[in-house]
Every structure is written in structure tokens, then in C-alpha cells.
Design a protein around this ligand. Structure first.
Ligand code: S3P
Length: 463
């Protein structure tokens, strides 16, 4: 694909088809192999945005080439950055501080919440107007969590029903710095405001109850910015920038996405005799909650070749099939594994005992209402489970094969949510009857070579 072709309209990937009613099966009795994990989605978004506003030319290696990332690339091109693809990765010529230009068309962010929320902050500090929209799922997700704090700095916005995309945003040159105390630990809120603060005179700060992923803070430092990140005396966390700061172009190597590795880790845990090595995976402690939880459940997970690249911890993960014990999780770990609950629910389904997961309120406003989608899917394959407003309880099978979908039952509804799709596809590997999902197209948003990697370790799509 040439760079001028980079857009979601012509994104075609042979590895992910939009075929409906897919299910998976083993091509041999166990999973085995060594796999490179595709680039981290959160870090890829940030690399494009920061390189896009830096002074000079940056090179980005191992950028995730998924639909969500193409949304960010296209948006940054619309805003004036020059982005080209070469054999070694992506080359980005940034616009320099306050250099973004007004887009002459609506910015369509597809399915990507991270793209739209971070860009709202970035654009808001520029004296330009922009219109943002997204797909059906993104147009249902809450956006006032970004526009409300931005309004404190003087940014003018108009959301549909005061909550949803489409959005009209009018940035300004004389905006004020913002001090925001967020009730939820959200890296998207924090990052949007830090990107805003970078281009506004004065100190912009965000306080959050628990530390959310800190890739923005780490990468801003790689681009030469000064960022402060501290734990306050009351236990909360504050990140802050002093504007205006110009970023200096730099080279970024994107580590593999632990949230994608999570699916393969759980697949190896539930299929007897499996051993997988997943290489070059990002191990930032704000993202490794699932590894710790699975280890507590009895999973054989070993980390090798640990190293630091561009401020991010990276390593290889070796995972072996294991008998799992149920786990009781409090809310405090949720921000460190927020995207991993669908696949953790699958692991818990094979564990011995009753697992409880709390503090899941944010799951209701992800690409789908994930709490409900997990519950509905588990019920459909015959699991005993319960949900409340922000918790999930799953009674595991103690390693026994699960029932799977009833013969005449409809396929699992994925609601165009990639993580629901991948979780239930893989759950089928431990079930007697096939587990069909209604659509695989969403997987291209985060894991474009999912089926190709599965084939390499012994998993194929069923008849
Ligand atoms: C992300 C932050 C998280 C996560 C999302 C990616 C990011 O969202 O769920 O997949 O890259 O900043 P919240 O900030 O809404 O928790």
C-alpha cells in the first residue's frame, strides 16, 4: 500500500476478512511457536501525533498498521503532517509547535476512541476549527469527558446531544491552561489534556485516582518535552506540562502490544500441552495487570530478555498450558488491564472456582458495552455467570471442556468490538460445540494479522 493510499476507505487486508459466522479449531492437538506481536496500538497513535507536531523528521518502526492507526494517520495528514511509508517503517515530517492547519473536511475517526479523544486535545490549542465524526460505535461513546475540561480553558465545542460525535471544535490561540481532577483513571482524558497543555501558555495538569497507562508522558520525554508525573500525598496521580514547548523530532520503535499478546497467552493457557513464545512485547507496568493476575491464577508465564526501549519496558513472554485457579479482583487493578477483561473472562471460564472482577464500570463505554457483551457471550456458551453495575462473576469449569454454542443458537454478537470477537473465537478452542461469532471485520481495527499468526501456532478457521 502506498502512503497516498493510506485511508480507511481503501484499507484491505487479506488476513482479516469480514466474513460472518466464523469459528476456530485446532489444526493439531496443541499450540506451539514463536511469534512477533504487532505494534502497540496506544503507542502507535501517540507516535504519529507527537511526530506530527514535532519540529523535523521522525522515523517510526514497527508501527501498528491497523484500521485505528490509519484513522490517526489520515487525520494527522488532514491537519498538515506529512506521513510516508517506507520499507523500514513510517517517516513523519511534523508541523512544528502550533503549526497544525485547519482541515478542509470532516475528520472521520472510524472506530478509534483514542484517536478522536487525543486529537480533540491536540487541535483545541490551535486557532483552527475542525469537525470530528466516527463509525456507529464511536458515535455512541461519551465525549463530554474531554470537552467539559477543555471548556475550562476557553475551547468552544458542540457535541450532538451535548455528549456524542459528531463534534464541532473551535480551538484558540489565547486559551488558558487547565487543571483537571478526573473521577476515572483514563489515559485518553489525561493524554488529551497534556497534548492541549503542550501548546498553551502556563501549567496544565491532570489528577487521576489511579495511574492509567503513561505512554504519553514517556513519549513526550523522548521528543524532548518536560513532563512531570508524581503520586500526590493523598495517593492520587498527577501529570502536568508547562506550555508552550516545541517537540524535537526523534526515532521511535514501537513495542508489541500486550493487549494483543493477551489473546495468544490465554489461548496457550487453555489448550493442553501448548507452549508459545511471544517476542518483543511492551511490558510497561501500567499495562501488565493481566500477566500478574494470570500468574496468581497459576499460569506458567515467564519473561525473558527484559530491556528498555525509548523509555518503555519490553521483553519476551513464554507461556505454557496451565491449570488455573479462580481469582477475586478488586477495582484498583482495573486501569492496568482495562482492555483485557474479555479475555480474562475466558481464562476464568476454565479455572477452578468462582472468579470475581470488580471496578468494571468503564467497560460499559468501550467499543461496545463490554460488560454486557461478555455476560451475553458467556451465557450463550453455557457458563454460569452474573453481572452487576460494575462487576462480573464467572464460575469456571476446572479445566473441563465447555459446552459451546447450542446447535440452533445464534452466533455470539460482537457489536463490532474487536476484543469481544477475538475472545469468543478463542474460547471456542476449549468447547465441545463450535463457538461462532457474528462478524470478524472489527478485528482489523487492532490486530490485522490475527488469523495469520493463529495459523502459525496451530489454529485455523473452521468449516
Ligand atoms: C487507551 C486508553 C484506554 C484503553 C484504550 C486505549 C489509550 O481507554 O481502553 O483501548 O491509548 O490511551 P481509557 O482512557 O478510556 O480508559
Amino acid at each position: 500500500m502506498s502512503v497516498s493510499d493510506i485511508s480507511n476507505d481503501n484499507f484491505t487486508d487479506n488476513n482479516v476478512s469480514g466474513n460472518v459466522y466464523c469459528h476456530l479449531q485446532l489444526s493439531r492437538d496443541y499450540l506451539q511457536g514463536q511469534l512477533p506481536i504487532p505494534g502497540d496500538k496506544s503507542i502507535s497513535h501517540r507516535a504519529i501525533m507527537l511526530a506530527g507536531i514535532a519540529h523535523g523528521v521522525s522515523h517510526v518502526e514497527n508501527l501498528l498498521t491497523s484500521e485505528d492507526i490509519f484513522s490517526t494517520i489520515t487525520a494527522m495528514q488532514q491537519l498538515g503532517a506529512t506521513i510516508t511509508e517506507s520499507a523500514n517503517g513510517f517517516t513523519i515530517r511534523g508541523c512544528g509547535a502550533l503549526g497544525l492547519t485547519a482541515p478542509d473536511n470532516v475528520i472521520d475517526m472510524g472506530n478509534s476512541g483514542t484517536s478522536v479523544r487525543l486529537l480533540m486535545g491536540l487541535v483545541a490549542a490551535h486557532p483552527i476549527e475542525a469537525f470530528f465524526t466516527g463509525d456507529e460505535s464511536l458515535r455512541k461513546r461519551p465525549m463530554a469527558r474531554i470537552t467539559t475540561p477543555l471548556a475550562k480553558g476557553g475551547v468552544q465545542t458542540k457535541l450532538r446531544e451535548d455528549r456524542y460525535l459528531p463534534l464541532h471544535l473551535k480551538g484558540g490561540a489565547d486559551n488558558l491552561p487547565i487543571q483537571h481532577e478526573s473521577k476515572v483513571a483514563s489515559a485518553q482524558i489525561k493524554s488529551a489534556l497534556l497534548l492541549y497543555g503542550l501548546n498553551v501558555n502556563g501549567r496544565t495538569s491532570v489528577i487521576e485516582p489511579t495511574l492509567s497507562r503513561n505512554h504519553t508522558e514517556i513519549m513526550l520525554q523522548s521528543f524532548g518535552a518536560e513532563v512531570s508525573a508524581v503520586q500526590l500525598a493523598d495517593g492520587r496521580f498527577e501529570s502536568a506540562v508547562q506550555g508552550v514547548q516545541e517537540l524535537r523530532a526523534t526515532d521511535i520503535h514501537v513495542p508489541g502490544d500486550i493487549s494483543s499478546a493477551a489473546f495468544l497467552i490465554v489461548a496457550a493457557l487453555i489448550v493442553p500441552d501448548s507452549v508459545l513464545t511471544l517476542s518483543h512485547v511492551g511490558l510497561n507496568p501500567t499495562r501488565t495487570g493481566l500477566l500478574e493476575v494470570l500468574q496468581k491464577m497459576g499460569a506458567s508465564i515467564e519473561i525473558k530478555h527484559q530491556r528498555v526501549m525509548g523509555g518503555e519496558q519490553v521483553g519476551d513472554i513464554i507461556v505454557k498450558h496451565s491449570a488455573l485457579q479462580a481469582i477475586d479482583l478488586g477495582a484498583e487493578i482495573a486501569p492496568r488491564m482495562i482492555d483485557e477483561y474479555p479475555i480474562l473472562a475466558v481464562a476464568a471460564s476454565f479455572a477452578k472456582g468462582v472468579s470475581v472482577m470488580r471496578g468494571l464500570g468503564e467497560l460499559k463505554v468501550k467499543e461496545s458495552n463490554r460488560l454486557q457483551a461478555i455476560y451475553d457471550g458467556l451465557q450463550a456458551v453455557g457458563m454460569a455467570c452474573k453481572i452487576g453495575d460494575d462487576w462480573l462473576e464467572v464460575t469456571g469449569s476446572n479445566g473441563k471442556t465447555l459446552r459451546g454454542l447450542d446447535k440452533n443458537a445464534p452466533a455470539i454478537k460482537t457489536h463490532h468490538d474487536h476484543r469481544i470477537a477475538m475472545s469468543f473465537l478463542l474460547m471456542g478452542l476449549g468447547c465441545k460445540a463450535p463457538v461462532y461469532i457474528d462478524d470478524t471485520a472489527s478485528i482489523a481495527t487492532s490486530f490485522p494479522n490475527f488469523f495469520e499468526l493463529l495459523a502459525q501456532i496451530g489454529i485455523v478457521t473452521g468449516e
